[in-house]
Design a protein around this ligand. Structure first.
Ligand SMILES: [Zn+2]
Length: 122
């Protein structure tokens, strides 16, 4: 996987629901060996932000788990949007198979972007 880093900000301060968080932001070209035309975004929450979601329910088939999962995606998207300082809004739709067809790398599809974005909350 060969990708060129366009931007790397090691300590970016972002606002998430009125609270400041520090993230590591990397924006790269789409790897040359991948034929896709649209970008992807991956967000890693830290323990402090994950704690806002409460304890994940054990039963992955339950309505409670779906609620938990929806809230997690919303929070990840808020973190992602917090890094986006452009006039044009970042369109991002969650996909379980964003990074791999087996589901090991869930993330967001970025239909209007030709870059991949990696956000890790510190
Ligand atoms: Zn996989």
């Amino acid at each position: 996987m060969i990708a060129t880093t366009i931007t790397h900000i090691a300590d970016m301060k972002i606002d998430v629901n009125g609270t400041e968080h520090v993230v590591d932001l990397k924006i790269t070209d789409i790897p040359r060996d991948e034929r896709r035309q649209t970008g992807r975004a991956y967000v890693w929450l830290n323990d402090k932000l994950s704690a806002q979601l409460g304890t994940p329910p054990d039963d992955f088939t339950s309505a409670a788990w779906r609620r938990y999962h929806r809230a997690m995606i919303k929070l990840m998207n808020e973190v992602l949007q917090g890094t986006w300082n452009h006039d044009v809004p970042l369109v991002a739709s969650f996909s379980r198979t964003a990074g791999c067809s087996c589901g090991c790398s869930p993330g967001f599809r970025l239909p209007n972007q030709h870059v991949d974005i990696y956000v890790s909350v510190k």
